[in-house]
Design a protein around this ligand. Structure first.
Ligand code: FAD
Length: 450
């Protein structure tokens, strides 16, 4: 009987232990199911649909080159898989383990037919626990426990050929899912290259940059980070393969620790599956976020990059144009929304979910809660980032000139705060609220709340 290979955020053929295990059992039917119901409001967002289209297209080509196919179906995932099992006479489903709550719910309803394998993290994140068996709350302790278990082992090569079934089940056409054309067209921003080959090439090219990573990673104007996040999210490259690609690069420690953040956020959201919706810190659950028409129009100004804070606007426009934003600027823009505008962190989290090409349940939720000071870690709401100081400190001048064309003529000395220098062009908005005023408002709201 044929065996199902259930593909999710692991759209690759190399270092794919579920594929190897399936092929040992019999002819393999690779299956991708688009489920817009199970994940509820965490169904795949707008930008990611664009990525997913290209990723599935490439994967189907790669499978065909190995004598196989990619079967596409749409519907509630567990019921759809059950239907394909019935149609094909298959009794086994092989898949890599994922930790998003909707995947775990679907896994539970597949029962004994499902065989899960590890391969999307450096370590199976839910197995790394504190002495008392709970998830780590703080990354530093998580890393301390993880580091002795590394490196993560050798990646498994892709098979040369995949055994095919006598009869293939029906498949949707990718075009019928209507992911393209997408608006905006996320291809124009960075010229993203999607798929496994592109991910591998990028990982190998990044090898030369690893040594400078620690120094460069906070500078938005430099391409100092790997930009592998969408490839990692969709599993076009495994963390093990990435580790292997930079194996002998000098000074890789900082990069290794950042890579381990993915494992940390998966471990946290496995322990706290509602972390994308609910504050980890009980006292923050009733925080009086602003609401009403003024808050709504402030939110829109933030989304559109019209806050009057050049670094914030550059970040939000980079996001809209490319589906990606530099990490330092994600921190600045997120903090601005939550603390300067006093808008509920979930609004920002949802906007990122829909516009980020690398939107990831654990990474998004844990980072938003960390910035907002609502999380189970030690970061406090009262730590307020100063966007203008950050912009200067991390030398964001040319980054701003690139993403905010109204300011393209301004020199470094004034670009971070054109208002302050009387150099604001007429077509660029004034600051929505002054930094000091915003800071005082946030601290007062926090005091009143406590
Ligand atoms: P690199 O610096 O090259 O890092 C390599 C990889 O390590 C990344 O691709 C990513 O998989 C992982 N990583 C690095 N930093 C983090 C981190 N802080 N948390 C978790 N994983 C990390 N990352 C996402 O992948 N998806 C998200 O939805 C997401 N939302 C975020 C929201 C906010 C408010 C903030 C502050 C950060 C968010 N991040 C998210 C984390 C981080 O900004 C991105 O992973 C990073 O910018 C991706 O760029 P890169 O691949 O060049 O990273």
């Amino acid at each position: 009987a044929p065996v199902l290979l259930w593909l999710r955020q692991d759209l690759r053929l190399h270092d794919q232990p579920a594929l190897i295990a399936a092929a040992e059992q019999g002819p393999v039917i690779p299956l991708y199911v688009l489920d817009d119901e199970g994940p509820g409001e965490w169904r795949i967002g707008g930008a990611q649909r664009w990525w997913l289209h290209h990723s599935l297209f490439r994967l189907a080509q790669d499978l065909e080159a190995k004598g196989s196919r990619l079967i596409l179906r749409r519907g509630p995932v567990a019921a759809t898989i059950a239907a394909v099992l019935a149609e094909t006479g298959a009794t086994q489903v092989h898949a890599l383990r994922h930790f998003e709550p909707w995947w775990r719910a679907a896994e539970a309803s597949l029962g004994d037919a499902l065989h899960l394998h590890d391969g999307n993290h450096l370590i199976r994140p839910d197995t790394l626990t504190t002495g008392s068996g709970g998830a780590y709350r703080i990354f530093a302790s998580f890393w301390k426990a993880l580091e002795p278990k590394l490196p993560p082992g050798d990646p498994v090569p892709a098979p040369d050929h995949l055994p095919a079934p006598k009869h293939w089940p029906a498949s949707d056409s990718l075009a019928s899912w209507g992911f393209l054309p997408s608006k905006p067209d996320w291809a124009t921003g960075f010229g993203w290259q999607v798929g496994e080959d592109a991910a591998l090439a990028k990982a190998h090219a990044f090898r030369a940059k690893v040594a400078a990573y620690e120094e460069q990673r906070n500078l938005p104007a430099e391409e100092g980070t790997s930009q592998l996040s969408p490839h990692l999210h969709f599993g076009e490259i495994s963390p093990r393969t990435l580790w292997d690609a930079i194996r002998n690069a000098p000074d890789a420690l900082k990069f290794h620790t950042e890579l381990a953040w993915r494992d940390f956020t998966a471990s946290l959201t496995t322990a706290l599956p509602r972390y994308a919706e609910e504050e980890g810190r009980a006292s923050m659950k009733t925080f009086p976020w602003r609401s009403g028409p003024h808050a709504a129009s402030d939110l829109r100004a933030w989304q559109r990059g019209r806050t009057g804070y050049p670094i914030v606007d550059a970040g939000m426009r980079q996001l809209w144009k490319t589906g990606w934003m530099h990490n330092r600027v994600r921190m600045i823009t997120a903090s601005f929304l939550v603390k300067h505008l006093l808008i509920d962190w979930r609004e920002g989290e949802r906007w990122f979910w829909d516009t980020l090409i690398d939107a990831d349940y654990g990474n998004n939720a844990v980072n938003w809660q960390w910035i907002a000071g609502t999380g189970i870690d030690a970061n406090m709401f009262t730590r307020i980032m100063a966007p203008l100081t950050q912009s200067e400190k991390f030398g964001a001048g040319s980054y701003i000139r690139r993403w905010v064309p109204e300011l393209a003529e301004l020199p470094d000395a004034v670009i971070h705060d054109p208002d302050e220098h009387g150099r604001r062009p007429a077509n660029y908005p004034p600051k929505m609220i002054g930094h000091r005023e915003a800071r005082e408002r946030a601290l007062a709201a926090n005091r009143a709340h406590r």
